[in-house]
Design a protein around this ligand. Structure first.
Ligand SMILES: [Zn+2]
Length: 299
């Protein structure tokens, strides 16, 4: 009995060992097969990618050839490579909004600033026309959008009606999110002295702790716009002025300017800016300035 039991036990142990070795070998083999499959899959994916790139390259070459052929037909000159001009995108910000929208909550004046300012204000009112600044700003911005679109620009608006609640910080952030090239903010001015009149652009100074690096390009933008605007309208040119306390400027990530189109507290400016014909020259002037900034000046 004892001998039998020992033999049975030995057999059982041998079976277990052999079985274990068999399973291990199989498991390793399976693993190797899996690795091989993965390698093949990767190689196929790479080949697919390469093929796609080749197709894209040849399509690009085709396009260049087509462009060159066009060029040759027009100018009859050599085969210069065409560099496609990126369509410029303008963010327009019609200042303020209706007094029905509560924007009294506070927001930081610039990134990391402890100084808080109201999210937005309602702006001024024409002392002769009684027109609200937020209405005038939107009116001009909508006409300007149309003009810029006809000139081939892409335009995005921070607001398209008077009842939207968007803060000055959010306006600047929207312009950057939309990958606009420049941020043009449309406003009208006011003074306690009703004799004061004229237009100006506002830009950040080089000392601005948030957007000092944008000062030079913003100044150039502000200069182009104010000069063209005053030339087109005959408005008194008060030049480019530096302001570092404007939330919508301080949060900008792209060249930015505010155009103060005229004084609503001055009878002449106020009446002019509300006039439909005068508005055409206002819009033309701003658009000419933007053209000049981008070097799109027609001879
Ligand atoms: Zn304003």
């Amino acid at each position: 009995m004892k001998v039998k039991a020992v033999i049975v036990w030995c057999l059982a142990i041998i079976l277990l060992i052999v079985g274990g070795i068999f399973l291990k070998v199989n498991y390793q083999e399976l693993k190797e097969i899996q690795t091989d499959i993965n390698k093949i899959e990767n190689r196929m994916a790479d080949a697919e990618k390469e093929k796609r790139w080749e197709n894209a390259d040849s399509a690009a070459v085709d396009n260049n050839e087509a462009e060159n052929m066009k060029e040759n037909n027009v100018q009859g000159s050599g085969s210069q490579e065409q560099i496609p001009v990126k369509e410029k995108k303008i963010a327009l910000d019609p200042g303020h909004q209706s007094e029905n929208v509560d924007m009294s909550e506070m927001e930081p004046m610039g990134p990391g600033s402890s100084e808080m300012k109201a999210k937005a204000s309602t702006g001024t009112v024409g002392n002769t026309t009684g027109k609200r600044e937020y209405e005038l700003n939107l009116e001009i911005a909508l006409k300007l959008r149309e003009e810029l679109q006809t000139r081939g620009y892409e335009v995005i608006m921070t607001r398209e009606d008077n009842d939207i609640a968007i803060s000055n910080k959010e306006r600047a952030e929207l312009a950057a999110q939309e990958c606009a090239d420049i941020f043009v903010r449309i406003h009208a001015n006011s003074s306690e002295d009703s004799e004061v009149q004229g237009a100006m652009t506002m830009v950040p100074s080089e000392e601005n702790p948030y957007v000092g690096a944008l000062s030079a390009e913003s100044s150039r933008l502000g200069r182009c716009i104010i000069d063209s605007y005053c030339e087109a309208t005959g408005m008194l040119n008060k030049g480019v002025q530096y302001y570092d306390n404007m939330t919508g400027i301080n949060w900008s990530q792209i060249p930015v300017t505010i155009i103060e189109m005229g004084f609503m507290s001055n009878e002449e400016d106020d009446t002019n800016m509300a006039d439909a014909d005068y508005q055409i020259s206002m819009v033309q002037g701003i658009a000419d300035g933007i053209d000049e900034y981008f070097g799109n000046v027609s001879e």
